[in-house]
Design a protein around this ligand. Structure first.
Ligand code: FE2
Ligand code: FE2
Length: 344
């Protein structure tokens, strides 16, 4: 049976409903955040267990970089951390803009990172950007501009892969149009950041992907991250105190909502090309990514900034919980619904 969250309600209406129900709680959340004050909380260190991770980077010859990049002291450094440097592993686990990284032991990594940008679809092989020293708002916007620029590559590569897989021409055309949207987003967000140049987008060469690999990536980057980013963009468009931000985010919110619907449409198309085991793996990937994103939001990785219209941590987590219940668990338009129970 095909679930029909996206088509039946339309994500725009669903987002409006989620934001309306979150607004009551948002007032209390904002008050408590202001009362306690926690200016650096979003950069606090998080510890990760490497034994549960399967990331790989570069080629094995680069494995030695791990010990060079880390400040392990007496702690053990993995002999083979998937040939990743400490920073690379941190970026893959934590998400974005690594500030510090060190191994606590052979199986534990501690890293701090700048707030994540929720503005786009992260392509495979994207390096952590080197951002110039700046205030937190500027750093966040530059990180977003970098992610928007990287999303151009993500959609272009996705369109190429889908063309090879024989996807409907309309789907491919809309992926290429989305790449064009991301060009505008990158330019407009960079303008909000002021007099800065675009952070360099450093990425490994593209590799051709099969339907299952694309489905996994789309589950994480499209159905979870980009779809939640669209919801947050809608909030920013409605409530950013800075008029220039509201103007930019109004356009971006509309585009990102369309991209989110495209992600779920792609998920549905890919679903029919997977076997049962693969479909279950895709559902798990969505669930795992949703949990990871919720943990990031709970750790205040999104700056609470009323000029930018960003929610505080408590509201962001509330939005995430509502988003998961309404969209992720329901499985969007796909046949692969989840049996996960979401405690949030
Ligand atoms: Fe997008
Ligand atoms: Fe975008």
């Amino acid at each position: 049976m095909t679930r029909d969250v996206g088509r039946g309600l339309g994500l725009r209406r669903l987002f409006a409903r989620i934001l309306a129900s979150a607004s009551v709680a948002a007032g209390a959340a904002a008050c408590s955040s202001q009362d306690t004050g926690c200016p650096d909380a979003q950069e606090r260190a998080l510890v990760f267990d490497l034994t549960t991770r399967t990331e790989t980077c570069g080629d094995a010859a680069d494995a030695g970089k791990a010990s060079d990049a880390s400040d392990a002291g007496d702690a053990g450094v993995p002999k083979d951390a998937g040939a990743c440097t400490c920073e690379e592993l941190c970026a893959k686990v934590q998400g974005y803009s690594v500030r510090t990284c060190r191994y606590l032991s052979a199986t534990q990594l501690e890293c701090t990172a700048a707030p994540p940008c929720l503005g786009g679809r992260k392509p495979e092989g994207l390096s952590v950007p080197r951002l110039p020293p700046s205030d937190r708002r500027t750093a966040f916007l530059l990180g977003c501009a970098h992610m928007e620029a990287a999303s151009v590559i993500a959609f272009a590569r996705l369109a190429d892969d889908l063309e090879v897989l024989g996807a409907p021409a309309g789907l491919v055309v809309r992926m290429r149009a989305a790449a064009g949207d991301e060009v505008r987003h990158a330019r407009d967000v960079l303008a909000l950041a002021g007099d800065h140049s675009m952070p360099v987008v450093d990425i490994t060469p593209a590799r051709r992907k099969d339907a299952f690999t694309i489905a996994l990536e789309n589950a994480r980057e499209g159905c979870v991250r980009e779809t939640f980013a669209a919801l947050v963009a809608c909030r920013q468009a409605a409530s950013a105190r800075d008029e220039a931000v509201r103007t930019v985010m109004t356009t971006i919110a509309a585009d990102e909502t369309r991209h989110a619907e495209l992600s779920w449409e792609l998920a549905s198309w890919l679903d029919e090309r997977l076997d049962d085991d693969q479909r279950r793996a895709v559902v798990r990937a969505r669930e795992d990514e949703a949990r990871a994103l919720r943990a990031e939001l709970a750790a205040r990785r999104l700056p609470e900034d009323t000029d930018l219209g960003l929610p505080g941590a408590a509201e962001a987590v509330g939005l995430m919980d509502a988003f998961v219940r309404s969209v992720v668990v329901a499985g969007g338009r796909t046949t692969s619904t989840s049996s996960m129970s979401w405690a949030g």
